[in-house]
Design a protein around this ligand. Structure first.
Ligand SMILES: [Zn+2]
Ligand SMILES: [Zn+2]
Length: 278
């Protein structure tokens, strides 16, 4: 698969001269399979430019949401393919028994928060509760599981042939684990990430920031490196950077974390615009 990063920021878009290299758009990643399957992981503000880039190359696009926090949903109403009447767009995300994904999305995509209603979208829109376990979209085999983050949140493991990409943008596996990392079988997200060729993982905080914000659902960069090493991944891409950390700070925090943790995998800082072959 070809993986491209359209938004790597967490929590809130954050544009400014101090953020030019990492970018200010919130979570959005495009995954293109060898057979032409197009997946979009999360609908943060990065999805607007992605929609423009996709043009008319695809008849069907699948948007996979990890959860419905605004930084993963805010761009959806600005995704160009939703306004093409000959396009099929499938949106997958977590739902509850008492509230469908459609109803959950409509809380944002309706007045007063948004001028249009979901049912007025011109594209052929299909909303699906994301199954727990394994399903396929085109040639891609997708496995989901609930992960440690406030609210209902899933992570994705996407396999094409023998290659695996894992996407855990909002994840706090160290919560309640003073000696993290502990037993892999009891570690949130481990089964999704085990042996992955590429892992995109929450790396929001410095260790000091994490101490003040434990339980908010995000990881210190150090813990992301420890988690990736525990899971035996080949390459870790740091993701979901804190809106208050500028380019130089993110570089410095990553340097310090690599020296402190000595991870067993390659570590790559995730900038908006980066692409990877998996
Ligand atoms: Zn987030
Ligand atoms: Zn979140």
């Amino acid at each position: 698969v070809k993986v491209s990063l359209w938004g790597t920021r967490g929590s809130l878009p954050s544009f400014g001269p101090e953020n030019l290299r990492f970018g200010g758009n919130t979570s959005c990643v495009a995954v293109e399979g060898a057979d032409g399957t197009m997946l979009v992981l999360d609908a943060g503000t990065g999805i607007r430019r992605l929609g423009h880039d996709l043009g008319h190359r695809f008849h069907r696009i699948d948007v996979l949401l990890t959860h419905l926090h605004m930084d993963h949903l805010q761009g959806l109403g600005f995704f160009g393919p939703l306004f093409e009447s000959d396009l099929e767009v499938h949106v997958w995300g977590p739902a509850r028994l008492e509230e469908s994904l459609n109803a959950r999305l409509a809380r944002y995509l309706s007045p007063p928060l948004f001028p249009l209603r979901l049912r007025e979208i011109p594209a052929h829109l299909h909303c699906h509760t994301v199954p727990r376990g394994t399903f396929t979209i085109g040639g891609l085999v997708i496995t989901t599981d609930l992960v440690c983050h406030p609210g209902l949140t899933v992570g994705y493991r996407i396999r094409e042939g023998d290659r695996v990409l894992t996407y855990l943008p909002d994840h706090e596996p160290a919560l309640g684990e003073p000696s993290f990392p502990g037993d892999p079988q009891w570690t949130s997200g481990y089964a999704l990430a085990q042996g992955a060729d590429l892992l995109l993982h929450d790396s929001q905080y410095s260790p000091a920031q994490y101490r003040e914000r434990a339980g908010w659902g995000h990881s210190a960069i150090d813990d992301a490196l420890k988690f990736a090493s525990l899971a035996g991944v080949r390459r870790l891409v740091t993701f979901h950077h804190d809106p208050g950390n500028d380019d130089d700070t993110i570089d410095r925090l990553l340097d310090e974390a690599v020296r402190a943790v000595r991870p067993t995998c390659t570590v790559v800082p995730g900038h908006e615009g980066d692409t990877f072959e998996v």
